[in-house]
Design a protein around this ligand. Sequence first.
Ligand SMILES: NC(=O)c1ccc[n+]([C@@H]2O[C@H](COP(=O)([O-])OP(=O)(O)OC[C@H]3O[C@@H](n4cnc5c(N)ncnc54)[C@H](OP(=O)(O)O)[C@@H]3O)[C@@H](O)[C@H]2O)c1
Length: 194
Amino acid sequence: MRKLTYFVACSIDGFIGDESGDAAFMYPFVDEQFLEFLKTEYPETLSTGGRRALGLDDLPGRRFDTVVQGRASYEVALKEGITSPYAHLREYVASRTLAESPDPHVEIIAADLVAKVRELKAEDGELGIYLCGGSRIAGELIDEIDELVIKTYPIVLGTGMPMFGTGFDVSEFVLGEVRPFGNGVLVRTYSRKP
Ligand SMILES: NC(=O)c1ccc[n+]([C@@H]2O[C@H](COP(=O)([O-])OP(=O)(O)OC[C@H]3O[C@@H](n4cnc5c(N)ncnc54)[C@H](OP(=O)(O)O)[C@@H]3O)[C@@H](O)[C@H]2O)c1
């Protein structure tokens, strides 16, 4: 069974962006040390454009071979004219409104999102599935998430877009690795409690 991992950046109070989801104010925390960590440990989570700029074009997959994102997350790239933001992975975008995919490399999941994700998880393979976000799709897939990798930036927002756009429910996870960085960023890994 391949793992579905929600790999996400958030504030201390658990918001992944402002109320519209904009997370640009978090980018300055990706300093030299933290970028080195991302390049070494999670290179697939860097966009294809970012990887090219860093000379990581040909780096083989370390943890993921597939990415799943919601249409609103995908649109952040689309607005910049980027139709395949994770061209180094198999790309799936959940959407009921995108009539056709803007890019032959991107497959739209229009119906049965949970069933499709279960199908992807059931495939053979060593590498897992990167759940990129945002909030709403993470909320819909909460019961399918096997692992959380939470990059917490040392900021408090008070309000904003929650990590999971869903109703109240208790899901238990077990703490794994904790990695602090010099600039106050903390990366915690959790696995779903069996
Ligand atoms: N801080 C971080 O690490 C991080 C990571 C990722 C994203 N973000 C931010 O998150 C924001 C977007 O989050 P969001 O919650 O607004 O949206 P989202 O989860 O990215 O996308 C929501 C959209 O996904 C589609 N969708 C959701 N469930 C579906 C289902 N069951 N079947 C088919 N389609 C489904 C729908 O698209 P249609 O409306 O087309 O039907 C829905 O409007 C962005 O602003 C981005 O910057 C932050």
